[in-house]
Write a protein of this length. Structure first.
Length: 277
């Protein structure tokens, strides 16, 4: 496995590759990332994982500085998983000058995560477009754990006519249901036990929808109240259409229940798709 830090070296390494898959990450890899690698592996002759903690997608009071940088351990896991190239540029390589040209996703960037993290999806879309231009993959894999991010990037590829197939990957969960996330490592042992409440509440909503309930607002606010009563600070629990995250009507079939809430100093997100057809 080659570990490459510069765009020039990356281009030289990939020059003769015809079928490249990219798994973009910010490192601190867990089993969920390895799952993305496994999904990509049979689809491409050359598998590239990028590792870059992208300042542009963090708000001023978010965890950019303390986000764990674990390149050596990440490379070990990626080599074991059969990755061919790790692209780990530094900030100067990705942003050699202030990034004045950015990608502004459509209205979807102002909903849900975007409403609580202004500018986040601009930062994500901008760095992913740059990574696409640097790596020039035919395929890119994104986890549905970051559901809104996946939709933003799928739409970016469509609207900008990028010749890249976006493949979504299912969320990987711990045995108790907690969605794997690099941020789970911030949780204290007690918080880790409590953390599954987020999954339980969106799963309760999924079951209610499956049993025929359509009182979306009541289901959402019951979950928010229940989480807050347990000591969480809930940003949102929302039942939305899978296609565009807009509010569904009572006849919508493809729904997704999304939630974001803070437990102590850790902000967790999760979602579950519900197909009612
Ligand atoms: O999902 C992530 O880890 C990041 O948002 C991504 C897609 C690598 C862009 O920095």
């Amino acid at each position: 496995m080659d570990v490459i830090h510069s765009v020039a070296e990356l281009r030289a390494r990939l020059y003769n590759e015809r079928q490249v898959a990219l798994v973009p990450t910010m490192g601190n890899l867990h089993d969920g990332h390895i799952d993305l690698i496994q999904l990509a592996k049979p689809r491409a002759a050359c598998l590239v994982a990028s590792i870059f903690v992208n300042r542009l997608q963090f708000g001023p009071h978010e965890d950019f500085e303390r986000y764990p940088r674990t390149l050596a351990a990440d490379c070990e896991r990626l080599a074991q998983a059969g990755c061919n190239v790790v692209f780990a540029p530094d900030e100067q390589e990705v942003y050699p000058e202030p990034q004045e040209y950015t990608v502004d996703p459509s209205g979807i960037q102002n909903l849900l995560e975007g409403a609580f993290r202004p500018g986040h999806f601009r930062g994500v879309a901008t760095v992913v477009l740059k990574l696409f231009n640097m790596v020039q993959p035919q395929i890119a894999i994104f986890g549905k754990k970051d559901y809104q991010q996946y939709l933003v990037l799928r739409e970016m590829v469509k609207q900008l006519a990028l010749p890249i197939e976006i493949i979504p990957a299912e969320t990987v969960r711990a045995p108790d249901g907690l969605a794997l996330s690099s941020r789970n490592m911030y949780l204290s042992p007690l918080e880790r036990v409590e953390a599954i409440a987020l999954y339980h509440h969106i799963n309760t909503i999924r079951e209610a929808l499956q049993s025929g309930r359509r009182d979306f607002a009541a289901l959402e606010s019951q979950a928010v109240d229940a989480l807050n009563a347990r000591g969480w600070k809930t940003d949102y629990v929302a039942i939305r259409r899978q296609s565009d995250l807009m509010q569904p009507d009572a006849h919508a079939h493809a729904l997704v229940v999304l939630a974001a809430a803070r437990l102590g100093n850790t902000r967790l997100i999760d979602n579950l798709e519900v197909d009612l057809s």
